[in-house]
Design a protein around this ligand. Sequence first.
Ligand SMILES: Nc1ncnc2c1ncn2[C@@H]1O[C@H](COP(=O)(O)OP(=O)(O)O)[C@@H](O)[C@H]1O
Ligand SMILES: [Mg+2]
Length: 290
Amino acid sequence: MTDANDRELVIRDLRVAPAANPDREILKGINLTIRKGETHAIMGPNGSGKTTLSYALMGHPAYEILGGEVLWKGYNLLDLSADKRARLGLFLAFQYPTAIPGLSVASFVRSAVNAKLQGVDKNPDVDPTDPTRGGLTMLEFRKRMRAKMALLKMEDAFATRYVNDGFSGGEKKRLEMLQMAMLEPEFAILDETDSGLDIDALRIVAEGVNAQLNENMGVLVITHYQRLLNYIKPDVVHVLARGQIITSGGKDLALRLEEEGYGPILREAGLETDATEDLSVPQEPEPAAR
Ligand SMILES: Nc1ncnc2c1ncn2[C@@H]1O[C@H](COP(=O)(O)OP(=O)(O)O)[C@@H](O)[C@H]1O
Ligand SMILES: [Mg+2]
């Protein structure tokens, strides 16, 4: 690659449709460059394609790529399987993580960390289970796990529980943040969908991300709520509407959206709006369910 270096992720003219309905283009040419050390936020009305973008970046099979490229470390990510993308340092925090009864948090996280140790091309000389061949000893793993759990203010006992089994919403978020901390991604995507986000969960995610921000990680926060951006401070805010980034700005853009909804900004971009469309920006997430 001539024009992408290993400190930025470049999305070029990305066009995506649901695999089930490839004629229905949802993302109609997304262009975005996010450098390591930067936090970008994407806001957009319901149905504008925010989740489609996060899934397309991670390689979800329910989406078909119609065109474009995503350049990262000299690869076009769109050519790679989801596991290779993860091995290249991408991370997606799930909004609704799945429970896996019988599998402990520690084993689960260890498998993920080990899977990354072999690198993108699964170097056969590296055996993650063998400390003499590039693997992590149990001692090293436990040390790292304890340090990250302390960073995220988590109790040790959490590691022995089953993955998301009987977890509260907040605990599920904490586990996403722990996975992120242990995998040390270079590019993290957080998609907060439009419902089911309570203030506790929001704070856990924000504190988790803020504790991990560093010069070697780019962050893309996708949110419907301006509120999240009071906790995670974005360097750039983009507005996604009708499958395209229609404008970008600073934090003031997010505040303006909260104030005015999406209508005025869409019209300024020359897009028609109609009264049946929900272009509001909710002010407050739901209070935590107890
Ligand atoms: N797997 C899918 N199959 C069919 N339609 C989908 C699929 N995923 C998303 N869509 C449609 O694409 C549009 C954008 O959805 P989505 O990316 O979830 O928007 P957002 O996250 O911004 O609310 C919606 O109209 C949605 O119904
Ligand atoms: Mg969504």
